[in-house]
Design a protein. Sequence first.
Length: 260
Amino acid sequence: MQFAKKSLGQNFLIDKNIIKKIINIIDIGNKNIIEIGSGKGALTNEIIKKNPKSLSIIEKDFYLSKELNLKYKKNKIVKIYNTDVLKLNIEKLCKKNSVIFGNLPYNISSQILVKILKFKKWPPKFTDLILMFQKELGEKILGKFPSVNYGRISILTDYRLNTLKKFLVSPNCFFPKPKVTSLVIHFKPKISTITLKDISNLEKITNIIFSNKRKMINKNIKKVLSKKDILLINNLKLNSRPTEIEPEIFYKIAKLYEKR
């Protein structure tokens, strides 16, 4: 019997109604599916029932991966990658019209999202991204300007993804039970009106400006832009705090930073 490992943030989804609710968010028939963190295959079983074109499973746990290989060895559409998702080139794994599912380990969920946001080719080959996060993090990802949840991760996410649907998942739906509520979010790729050469520059800008979240931006913005460049940004007030600046202004700052 395989027990959940705290080191890998394992909480196995066991509620069949929630599993079906996740799978039924979109029609996945004849589509290329990527599942991050298959665990014992509860979600995987339902994915296969929908007749996808292909199914790539990423599972870091050696023993779970071994069990999955035995379980699906006769299924030709299934390919299992026993590796750390943070070390795998997910972008290369994506085929045309792919859908990515993930009941993500809480301890690395934001890193996985950022990894996907940093795909080199955009729009990407995936059409839908359906991920489960810890509720607190999920609300920060969705944080709109201006709100208490608005910050670095929501600015980065908003640059490349639209949110279509979200719903909460009780701790009772897992084994072992986590101490927190989860949040499922359905994203779709989008194209921003401001084109950046590299989204990593936006990440760098937000990290610098948000390093003193409660202080005015006048000092930190001078670390990334010249006084001349600062004057080019309309409606930018140097006595503002980072949370008082709209996402579009951060995109403009990143754009000017790239021209330096």
